[in-house]
Design a protein around this ligand. Structure first.
Ligand code: SF4
Length: 402
């Protein structure tokens, strides 16, 4: 059980004194926004997520309404209507690998894309359509809007959030960032537009390793937020000096080491593919560690016939499409200490369905809007990421390359 103390201007402390106390491992809360900031336990290595915030995230996950099951005839009718609306409205559908298979298939059939968050950002930025419909979670829609202010960005359900985004409130992050003006602040794409606006760089699991290596080689020290497991993995791989926020992905955090070892013993011929948002002990069992795109490429390109996959089960649609003869097993989320809040499928990705997709195209509701001041700041950290990724060949060259 963590203890949190309230310190700050209300106790008459100057900045230096507050820094000193932060280094001792206490929480900070300034008087200017005292109602909004959860108390964060901070020290030189990490910033813990307070239990009150963790509980709120759990409650959001439990209450997320999954898109309803539909019969084949109903799906066919909805697909036909959506296709027609996409054409009428000069709209393109961009879907994440973790959303329902029907949405992924529809995105491909209609000239959109199915991708990870890096490719989604790049695709939306390069496609000429006037409307981008993002099937994913909210930060993905926000990223599309930041990069394309002139376009309309719609989402099937704006309540589709992310435990990493929710676990990194902007006020607390900004305070942490202010404590370390000598460090470059990197934030994962899974953050709000406001957090991106405070950061120097945005990264995704598809480019974080390369970006940190690049900054480390230039002698920079860094702040990393919000995923602790990805941050730990990158720090281990690069040797970079990174202070780390302690958020986690509700899906990947649940993979269980002992249960995975048991599954590997049952299938010794399987290659183990792990997304680096998973715990270190799970990552250590992997043959391949990487972003969704890296894991998909591994299934397609490795000669092995069987794979155990530790990431959201939504990815199986794309893996099976590209490698139909291979056997795919989901890594276990059950076992000692299991809570199974996700059972390897993100509750917020699961909110996206054909019905609410058609509704937003019919009504124009669920449009993403971002304050222009925030957007102007956030685009700088996103543009750095995209320019670097295009230069390194991690994504296709894009329009503008601001
Ligand atoms: S799978 Fe994890 S990182 Fe992705 S949106 Fe869901 S909670 Fe966030």
């Amino acid at each position: 059980m963590h203890k949190f103390s309230i310190i700050g201007k209300e106790r008459g402390l100057d900045n230096r004194a507050r820094n000193d106390i932060l280094l001792l491992g206490f929480a900070i809360r300034t008087c200017g926004s005292r109602c909004k900031i959860p108390l964060m336990k901070t020290n030189t290595q990490h910033t813990e997520i307070p239990l009150s915030l963790a509980s709120r995230i759990q409650a959001l996950a439990v209450s997320a309404p999954t898109a309803p099951w539909l019969g084949d005839a109903e799906k066919a009718a909805l697909r036909a209507q959506i296709k027609q609306r996409l054409i009428e409205q000069d709209a393109v559908l961009v879907a994440h690998y973790y959303v329902d298979a029907d949405l992924q298939a529809l995105a491909e059939e209609t000239g959109g894309c199915v991708a990870d968050s890096l490719e989604m950002a790049n695709f939306g930025n390069t496609h000429p359509a006037k409307t981008i419909v993002v099937a994913g979670v909210r930060f993905m829609g926000e990223t599309a809007k930041i990069l394309n202010p002139e376009k309309r960005v719609l989402m099937p359900d704006l309540r589709a959030t992310c435990s990493l985004d929710e676990g990194c409130p902007v006020d607390a992050f900004a305070q942490w960032r202010a404590q370390y003006p000598d460090r470059i602040a990197l934030v994962y794409a899974n953050t709000s537009a406001e957090v991106k606006a405070v950061a120097d760089w945005v990264v995704t699991s598809g480019n974080a390793l390369q970006i940190v290596r690049h900054l480390h080689a230039q002698g920079h020290k860094m702040l990393w937020a919000p995923d602790r497991h990805l941050g730990n993995w990158i720090a281990r791989e690069t040797g970079a000096d990174m202070l780390r926020w302690q958020g986690h992905c509700l899906v990947h955090d649940e993979f269980k080491t002992q249960a995975l070892e048991d599954l590997i013993a049952l299938h010794p011929d399987a290659k183990v593919l792990v997304h680096p948002e998973s715990p270190e002990s799970v990552v250590k069992l992997a043959h391949v560690v990487g972003s969704t795109k890296v894991l998909i490429n591994a299934v397609q390109q490795l000669p092995d016939a069987k794979f155990i996959v530790a990431t959201d089960a939504g990815i199986f649609w794309k893996m099976q499409q590209l490698a139909p003869n291979k056997t795919l097993l989901i890594a276990p989320t059950s076992g000692e200490g299991a809570t199974c809040q996700s059972c390897a499928h993100c509750p917020w990705m699961a909110m996206n369905g054909l019905q609410n997709l058609l509704q937003v195209l019919q009504t124009g509701k669920n449009e993403i809007e971002i304050d222009e001041v925030v957007r102007q700041r956030a685009i700088m950290s996103l543009d750095r990421m995209l320019a670097f990724s295009r230069q390194q060949g991690l994504v296709a060259k894009g329009r503008g390359d601001r």
